[in-house]
Design a protein. Structure first.
Length: 383
């Protein structure tokens, strides 16, 4: 089995709310007993079994959390809104480390402060209340605009993480640290798989970064993640592996720059959510995507996260137009997630070739059940 600390929940910001996450190292000082109400920092003490939040309420506006990891596992901290929409998040908080999260929350309501020891599962949650604030948007055009802004924030956060993790992965490949590179491979690809519909909008960049060997056209050079996957797991590092790694980082940086300028529509979100699950149905279910590493379940999780991220951004629009569809989507997302959770190994997943035919069939049925309501989202959004 493979154990990687990789899973992150998608960053889907509450529609009608501007969310800003500022992540910096910080000192935990001062009295935080009444910090939320006073607008000061709220202290979070995270361990492997607890998530102690020093205040349970805060005024609308900028809310600051100072998180200290006193456990033995790498952890994450999230502020969730209704439907597990993420207002802000801090990931990869190593034992003994402090991090600060500043979240702009404009709407009053019920939220949840959550620590995730091991960066997996639903986390340790506590209720958190925002008071005051602006009335929620109800105008359809405003809701759609907020949805695209929310998803743009999601893309921005994932592309930034993709560039950062790719740089680490490339450094490991070039230093010929094979075990380190293998451990970073699936963790890095998570961020790409979440935003693949966006990557596909940039012509040749997607095949340069993500082409599988079996899909190469005659004369097309094998580059990107999957070429390095083959080098690491099958052939051993080659004379040009370092150059392939350097080119991968260049292409990822190009993708990140182009993604910043991309203008998306609500229909792009709807079609992207469906497209990500189609990726699962056509690649991950077959085991063809990660033919050498067999880390397909990490990609599967990332595709599910990305699809759910798009739907969460559209949630207020969908809720207004077809609440029944929202309930169905939530149910089917949960069903697929439950199957993935059964295949966890530590903080990661089993190798795909360890699954039985019956388990693969069960996954395929669940993906089909989710794809059906996802196919209706674009029509609802277009009304």
């Amino acid at each position: 089995m493979i154990v990687l600390k990789s899973r992150r929940t998608p960053l889907a910001v509450l529609a009608g709310v501007s969310a800003l996450a500022v992540l910096t190292a910080c000192d935990s000082k001062g009295d935080t007993a009444a910090a939320g109400a006073a607008g000061g920092p709220i202290r979070v003490e995270a361990t492997d079994t607890a998530c102690a939040v020093s205040a349970s309420t805060a005024n609308a506006g900028n809310v600051t959390f100072e998180i200290t990891n006193k456990g033995t596992k790498v952890t994450e901290f999230y502020l969730y809104a209704e439907g597990d929409r993420i207002m802000g998040e801090v990931e990869n908080i190593a034992p003994g480390l402090n991090r600060r999260l500043i979240v702009e929350v404009a709407d009053a309501g019920k939220y949840q402060a959550t620590c995730k020891p091991g960066m997996a599962g639903n986390g340790i949650r506590s209720d958190f209340t925002i008071t005051g604030g602006a009335a929620k948007q109800t105008n359809a055009s405003a809701l759609k605009a907020a949805a695209t802004k929310s998803y743009a924030d999601y893309i921005s956060n994932n592309t930034a993480a993709l560039e950062e993790e790719t740089a680490k992965f490339v450094d490991a490949v070039k230093a010929k640290k094979v075990d380190e590179a293998k451990a970073g491979y699936a963790r890095t690809r998570v961020y790409y798989e979440r935003i693949e519909p966006v990557a596909e909008k940039f012509g040749d960049l997607d095949p340069l970064i993500d082409a599988r060997e079996a899909d190469l056209e005659p004369g097309q050079k094998f580059t990107g993640f999957h070429r390095l996957e083959k080098d690491l797991w099958k052939t051993g590092l080659q004379a040009d592996s370092g150059a392939i790694a350097d080119k991968l980082l260049v292409d990822v940086k190009d993708l990140v720059g182009k993604a910043k300028a991309l203008q998306l529509t609500p229909l792009d979100l709807a079609n992207g959510a469906k497209g990500l699950m189609d990726e699962v149905a056509t690649g991950k279910i077959t085991g063809e995507e990660e033919a050498f590493s067999h880390t397909d379940l990490f990609d599967f999780q990332a595709n599910l996260d990305g699809s759910k991220g798009a739907i969460n951004s559209l949630r207020p629009v969908l809720q207004e137009k077809d609440a029944t569809l929202v309930s169905t989507l939530d149910k089917e997302f949960a069903n697929v997630q439950a199957l993935l959770d059964k295949q966890r190994a530590g903080d990661g997943f089993k190798f795909y070739n360890e699954l039985s035919p019956d388990q693969i069939k069960e996954f395929a049925s669940a993906v089909d059940a989710l794809s059906e309501p996802l196919s209706k989202v674009a029509e609802v959004v277009a009304r």
